[in-house]
Ligand binder design. Sequence first.
Ligand code: HEM
Length: 419
Amino acid sequence: MSNEAPSRRHFLGGTAAGLIGTAIEPARAQLAPSDARAAPAQAEPFYGPHQGGILTPMQDSLYFAAFDLSATTRADLIALLKSWTIAAARLTAGQPAEPGRQSTDAPPLDTGEALGLDPSRLTITFGFGPDMFTLNGADRYGLGAQRPAALVDLPRFAGDELVAGQCGGALCIQACANDPQIAFHAIRQLARIGYGQATLKWVQTGFSTANKTNGTPRNLMGFKDGTMNPTAAAAPPIVWAGAEGPAWMAGGTYMVTRRIRIALEHWDRMKIAFQEQTFGRHKTTGAPLGGTNEFEPANFTATDANGDYIIPETAHIRLAAPVNNGGAAILRRSYSYNDGANFVAERWPPWHQGIEYDSGLFFQAFQQDPRTGFIKLFARMSKIDALNQFTTHVGSAVFACPPGTREGGFIGQTLFTAA
Ligand code: HEM
């Protein structure tokens, strides 16, 4: 994705005005002098063949929201997606959420906390969950037959401790930006616009140092995380759906989210050598064990003087690497999270009980098909990955992220044309 700022002409000639036929310019003038938000020096494009926030280089902050749908008709759902598309395009361009003339006798067209702020590379990504296609056997929107086979219900994995209130959803919206207030503002506007049609089910905030780190960012376990993620050149065939699935998903992708709590207190008492064996990488350099350079290929056959593998059999990278999984690959776009602290009874020796950080990784995997991506990889990892001693998966969801749209279209349009 380019960082090139869209021109002002581009804003004003955009879909919002075209679709709803409301005047944008007077509305902006009316809102307040501060409506003149800073020139969007850092705007990511919203329109295009693919949605943003997937191959887009990671931003600093995440605000992720899963929704239940209360729209009762297909027409209502389409209207919601149209309004959301317009608002999302405006927000990513640094404009107030809704076009129109603001009156002091009406609720705000934008809640205001982003006025004067740069869009901070905001991206907004929409995903459709299984419940949008059928809910309790009911095909509410006539979309049931269009549910892609790849939008599979995830199996129960070993060690899952899923909390119902942090799982699933009929629809998701991911907002990523270099400013947490911008990311929150975006979701807040969309939730507000969707009032009566879509209700929040669960949310997750996250943070990353991807933009601040000189090189690969580190996760809360102190290790470089993302080293072997597919490069920009290698990612497209791993991520984008193509002719193998329903035509409406071509150019889209499947997102798997897992809220993974990390027992940081437990981890912090481990010797560094043990931490390194857990991942199969050196903590300081990020190099695979036995190597010196972060990006050199891991040698999974090398053994020590005792004949033991230098990268242990249960090391995270040995179990996760495509080369050891018949080529199965995913694009990771995960954010660390810190949701305070609460009571935990550990499920590992010495079964400590007490107040612990509610922190970890909001893991996200994008792939062409979760059955040959996340599920294939994690089915084995969930049983024997050494990392499992420190991690508990407490949230889980899968979404079909449709392709991007052009100005004048709306997110998910191909689905409704197909069905
Ligand atoms: C809290 C949970 C997790 C943490 C802290 C974590 C951390 C890491 C770290 C530090 C690396 C090595 C550096 C890199 O290549 O990025 C790595 C690699 C990797 N992880 Fe995870 N990970 C977690 C969960 C998962 C899960 C659930 C999967 C599911 C499939 C996964 C898939 C991968 C893959 C595919 C690689 C690259 C392996 C390679 O090609 O060498 N990770 N992870």
